[in-house]
Design a protein around this ligand. Structure first.
Ligand code: ADP
Ligand code: ZN
Ligand code: ZN
Length: 725
């Protein structure tokens, strides 16, 4: 046996390598991108062949042989996709098997998983049509089937309804040459004309279309309601009518029936949908339709990114700043960054759209790496809302709401309008703050905000690890008014429901809308335009179009001002801007009320007075001064374990063997959510000006980290370009 003809396979095991196997001696050969079943220890695993014809460094007599070549030897992942996955496991320092698994629908990760047969259709032949011209006689069943096919080709599903034995009847007709079964033809787009584009939209469409057929990243930076979706659809129309496929990625919460209907009506094709909530069979069918090129348009969340699409001509990523595009566990990739990479590999354009672009994308646009298209006006000409800032120090609150805000809600509801009350409950760590003077703890060593760890009664710095006991009284004004910010909002919904008993109160939060259909029902009710009060979290801030909303109340966003996470201010700005974008989108003007303990905070005043663009500019300056992303590059070594000391010991050992170079490493730092499910979480921070330098150092370091004896007591992983601390 010649060792130069081995196969290199990605297997679903958490080891940072590929595995060599001998090919089968007979039968169909395995191909790159194809599935094989192989022995692995005492188990049998399904893997994806990455390379064939390789010379293994392992002696041939110690190599095992591929057991089965699956899928009749067909490649499921094409070469370009394999190249992208290869880039991913190198860049994100993740086991190849984990990365490749992300590209397969769960149903295909076992050997039993079978791809569904391609859909077929049944149609009349000339002989069949002739037979229809004569009376049915005694062949009633056959005649009925011929009649069913008379209007045009029919699918299994549509014939199944006719009779239990339709298949046998059809076979008889096929035998007689009266019918035939053929592959279903590809769907073709039948676009409907959209509205006349405004000039800013026209410019954006022209810019993107001029780059069809080559790589270019476009940042579509347009205020809420400025017609970004219309821009996507105009470009999609061109791509689809040229016979190419398109991939549209949306945030987890943005994938609504409303959006899908809009696409299908305008583009004249049913979008194929992929998200993690689909049943395995549905997901497989959608994946297979995209992979075989039958489905021209794929709309999905993060996980749809790796779907093979042979004629992919355009990638669109809507709400590109959204945190759900970053996978936060396992293979921690950024769907935005990988989407850009995929487009570059395929030499096609990619469009990133947002009303509040991420600092990463803004920087790329400013430095001309991205083409920057701005839509400054709302398409419907609705005015942008007016702001009212309420100082929480000067007013009594009930469950976090001031009387002034409550009055405003009451007036709007009396007028029969729609109101949105926005709570920000998730995503920020608690801080200890004084309700009477606004004091909160700062680290003496690095000026970062201290996080309150209530259980241990400690204040803790997430940058340097400094800790101290939490005070009993406010150190500034001596008042007995210290509270954990971000608490006490839970009861607000119930309170509002009691205050406004005659008005429907709709709750939008993860607990409520995770039940199937609830979100859609509630959205439909809001769109009816009847008076109602919406109470919700982040979820309400996403791109829904609520023309009837005239008042938005933001209960409190101050936690972002104290957060230990340097991205908190960016997220706060995006959130405030997005929430505000919900107000007054139609004829009626909108008002946004923002309650805060810090009306004079420079970040807040900048955002409210100058808008998101100026605010983002200022944030970028700050990041530059601190050398933080996107003006520097960051990676975390994360670790967790039941015993806090194990985590600390491992991270200290890892820090000690970090190689010299341009990147700095420091820590261990406790994670903002320090303990989850009984496990203590901490990390090391690696920071460098230069991305490739950082990666080189990390690549040198990881084998040493793997070899540490303390590594065995913890669960650890790399987080490249982390989004959460
Ligand atoms: P965005 O995606 O930026 O929030 P949309 O594309 O959803 O904005 O547009 C907001 C509203 O304006 C939609 O109702 C859309 O149909 C409408 N619209 C968009 N472009 C135009 C246009 N050129 N003329 C008239 N109406 C438009
Ligand atoms: Zn105080
Ligand atoms: Zn500190």
């Amino acid at each position: 046996m010649n060792a130069a003809s081995c196969l290199r396979v990605a297997l679903p095991v958490p080891l940072p390598q590929l595995f060599d196997y001998l090919p089968r001696e007979s039968g169909r050969p395995a191909v790159p991108g194809g599935r094989v079943s192989v022995p692995f220890g005492k188990r049998r695993l399904v893997g994806i062949v990455i390379e064939t014809g390789v010379a293994s460094e392992i002696a041939p007599d110690r190599l095992q042989r591929v057991e089965t070549v699956l899928d009749d030897g067909e490649a499921l992942l094409d070469e370009r996709l394999l190249a992208l996955l290869h880039w991913c496991w190198q860049y994100y320092k993740r086991a190849p098997g984990d990365v490749v698994a992300a590209a397969l629908p769960p149903a295909l990760r076992t050997a039993r998983g079978q791809r569904p047969p391609p859909p077929q259709i049944h149609q009349l032949t000339d002989a069949g049509r002739e037979r229809l011209g004569a009376p049915p006689g005694r062949e009633t069943a056959r005649y009925a089937l011929l009649e069913a096919m008379a209007p045009g080709p029919q699918t299994d599903a549509s014939l199944r309804g006719l009779a239990g034995r339709w298949r046998a009847t059809l076979d008889a007709l096929i035998d007689k040459g009266m019918a035939e079964t053929v592959m279903a033809p590809l769907t073709e787009a039948q676009p409907q004309p959209g509205p006349e584009l405004r000039s800013e939209q026209r410019t954006a469409v022209d810019a993107i279309v001029s780059n069809l057929g080559r790589f270019r990243c476009h940042l579509l930076d347009g205020v809420t309601g400025s017609g970004k979706t219309e821009v996507y659809m105009c470009v999609l129309e061109q791509v689809l009518t040229a016979g190419q496929q398109a991939l549209v990625l949306v945030p987890e919460i943005g994938l609504t029936p409303q959006l899908l209907r809009r696409f299908s009506r305008r583009l004249g094709v049913e979008p194929n949908v992929i998200h993690s909530g689909l049943a395995a069979g549905e997901r497989l069918a959608a994946w297979e339709a995209a992979r075989t090129g039958r489905a021209p348009l794929l709309v999905g969340t993060r996980s749809a990114l790796f779907t093979p699409m042979p004629r992919l001509g355009l990638v669109v990523l809507d709400e590109e700043h959204d945190a759900s595009f970053k996978q936060q566990e396992g293979f921690r990739y950024s769907a935005r960054d990988v989407a850009v990479k995929r487009a570059a590999e395929l030499n096609i354009p990619v469009v990133l759209g947002s009303a509040t672009p991420s600092l990463e994308s803004l920087r790329n646009a400013k430095e001309k790496r991205y083409d920057w298209q701005r839509l400054r006006e709302r398409a419907t000409r609705a005015a942008l809302p007016s702001w009212r800032v309420l100082d929480l120090r000067q007013q009594r609150t009930v469950h976090g709401l001031t009387e002034t805000a409550l009055d405003a809600v009451s007036i709007a509801l009396d007028r029969g309008e729609q109101v949105m009350v926005f709570l920000n409950r998730r995503g920020y760590a608690p801080v200890l703050m004084c309700q009477s003077c606004g004091w909160h703890g700062l680290c003496e060593r690095c000026d970062a905000n201290l996080t309150w760890h209530r259980g241990g009664g400690r204040l803790c710095c997430h940058h340097c690890g400094h800790q101290r006991r939490a005070p009993e009284l406010c150190p500034e004004c001596r008042a007995d008014a210290l509270v954990g910010a971000g608490e006490g909002t839970q009861q607000l919904e119930e309170y509002l429901a009691k205050q406004f008993e005659s008005v429907p109160v709709l709750r939008f939060d993860r607990d409520r809308v995770s039940r199937k259909g609830v979100m859609d029902e509630q959205l439909a009710q809001v769109r009816e335009g009847e008076c109602c009060l919406m109470v919700g979290t982040q979820m309400l801030a996403k791109g829904h179009h609520f023309p009837g909303v005239t008042l938005v109340v933001i209960v409190n966003t101050d936690q972002a001002l104290y957060s230990a996470d340097y991205r908190a201010l960016e997220r706060m700005g995006q959130m405030i801007q997005q929430v505000a974008g919900r107000a007054g989108r139609a004829e009626k003007p909108g008002t946004v009320i923002l309650q805060t303990l810090h009306p004079e905070h420079p970040a807040l005043s900048l955002l409210l007075e100058k808008g998101y663009a100026a605010y983002a500019e200022w944030l970028l300056e700050e990041r530059k001064l601190a050398g933080l992303p996107p003006c520097g590059h960051q990676a975390l070594l994360r670790a967790d374990a039941h015993d806090r000391a194990d985590v600390e010991r491992f991270l200290r050992d890892a820090l000690a063997c970090f190689p010299r170079g341009a990147a700095r490493a420091f820590g261990p730092v406790p994670a903002i959510m320090e303990r989850i499910g009984g496990r203590w979480r901490m990390y090391l921070v690696l920071l460098a000006e230069d991305r490739s330098g950082l990666h080189r150092q990390v690549d040198h370091w990881l084998p040493r980290v793997r070899g540490l004896s303390t590594a065995r007591k913890v669960r650890w992983s790399m987080d490249i370009d982390p989004q959460e601390l």
